[in-house]
Design a protein around this ligand. Structure first.
Ligand SMILES: Cc1ncc(COP(=O)(O)O)c(C=O)c1O
Length: 403
């Protein structure tokens, strides 16, 4: 087997330098644990950034992968496949939407949502004047040019500007700024129920309700990006589901096919009929293997009653983190719901995350000063206790200057 150093050197020569990788060569995963090339075992509370929600190598997922792999992996969207419509129906029921479009990633789901919003705007205003989009500062919606255009963080955007015209950014939960930014020129408002990359920051109920009401009033579409916070992560199917809002479009991705690439954009009402045949499409999106894995993910979520489990594990974790925060001089706030949690620090998060990894726990630093936790849905109380013990140790050591 190649060593970490050999892999690093080859990548340095042959890969574009897009990733500042950490010194860990991942070789195997089982349940809630990730193993590296040196035989170290990590309790993985990041889960491939919210993707491995059922843990690694779930036996039911591996079985479907084998069965469908032998049967049919890809035939293209020129033909029908047995599973795409079925998965669309299941997701429509969960989200309250009507129709789906499948993609290979989160950013493509957002891309589809933006194109749909533009097409809908054009139907309402054929002169092309209804094209503006309202998005949030610190939002993260992806790296392709459209999704990047609504991503409100200079570090991701700057090198690629000019991006899409007509995007207005407002601070999260600033109702006056939101009201001032929406007009008859707006074709969509795009929000994350909980900003993930932006540091686990949730929209207030009042802000969400206002966004929904203003979008209706101006015939703009409300897009909820649930790629990181959706599909069970908060203990509900969708992060916005306990709010009194009905979006027009929902985007999903990350955990949906348990590690196999799959994303989805769902729409309802007039938006669901705004694309004409040929206006949008993809070669890979919604292939039979990806969709069967998506169906199995939903089956497991329902049969194992994971939503309730996520809520109770989330409470246990939250309680433990709050206790840690009371003893720590670096943690100023604990945020999140279910199994999307963040520790706001008054200093860079990286040293704490690095020490936790040395001690056998994977979490990550986002937005510089936030420790982000996105554990798999299958964690048990013993894993929560183990993770908290490691976090306690890493905070104690880093704060006292021992690490
Ligand atoms: C809320 C949100 N939207 C979109 C994306 C982009 O997804 P992908 O990396 O699969 O393109 C992400 C990725 O982290 C995300 O968190």
């Amino acid at each position: 087997m190649n060593t970490l150093e050999q892999v690093r050197q080859r990548e340095q020569q042959y890969l574009l330098s897009t990733y500042a990788r950490l010194p860990l060569l991942a070789v195997e995963g089982k349940g809630v644990y990730l193993m590296d090339s040196e035989g170290r075992k990590y309790l993985d509370f990041l889960a491939g950034i919210a993707v491995n929600a059922l843990g690694y190598a779930h036996p039911r997922i591996v079985r479907v992968l084998r069965e469908q792999g032998k049967r049919l992996m890809h035939a293209s969207n020129l033909y029908f496949n047995e599973h795409q419509g079925e998965l669309a129906e299941r997701l429509a029921r969960i989200t309250g939407m009507e129709r789906a479009f499948f993609t290979n990633s989160g950013t493509e789901a957002v891309e589809a949502a933006l194109k749909l919003a533009r097409a809908h705007g054009k139907l309402l205003a054929p002169d092309g004047s209804k094209f503006e989009i309202v998005a949030l500062e610190n939002a993260f919606h992806g790296r392709t040019m459209g999704a990047l255009s609504v991503t409100g963080q200079a570090k991701y955007r700057q090198a690629f500007e000019p991006l899409l015209p007509g995007v207005r950014f407002v601070p999260i939960n600033d109702e006056a700024a939101l009201a001032a930014s929406i007009s008859e020129r707006t074709c969509a408002v795009i929000l994350e129920g909980i900003q993930g990359e932006g540091g686990i920051v949730g929209c207030s109920s009042a802000f969400l309700r206002l966004a929904c009401q203003l979008a209706r009033q101006h015939q703009a579409l409300l897009i909820m990006d649930e790629i990181q916070c959706g599909l069970g992560r908060t203990g509900k199917w969708l992060a916005f589901q306990d709010q009194e809002i009905t979006p027009d479009i929902v985007t999903l991705a990350k955990p949906i096919a348990s590690g196999f690439p799959l994303g989805c954009m769902l729409a309802r009402g007039a938006a669901a009929n705004a694309f004409q045949p040929g206006q949008h499409g993809t070669t890979f999106g919604g292939g039979p293997l990806a969709c069967r894995l998506g169906l199995e993910f939903l089956n497991i979520m329902e049969e194992d009653e994971l939503l309730n489990h996520i809520a109770s594990m989330g409470n246990l974790m939250l309680h433990g983190l709050q206790k840690l925060a009371r003893k720590s001089k670096s943690i100023t706030e604990v945020r999140g719901r279910g199994l999307i949690l963040g520790l706001q620090l008054n200093r860079p998060a990286k040293p704490f995350v690095d020490r936790a990894r040395d001690l056998g726990l994977l979490v990550n630093a986002t937005h510089e000063t936030v420790v982000r936790l996105l554990p798999p849905y299958i964690i048990q109380p013993k894993h929560v206790r183990a993770a908290l013990a490691i976090l306690r140790q890493s905070f104690a050591e880093v704060e006292s200057g021992q690490a």
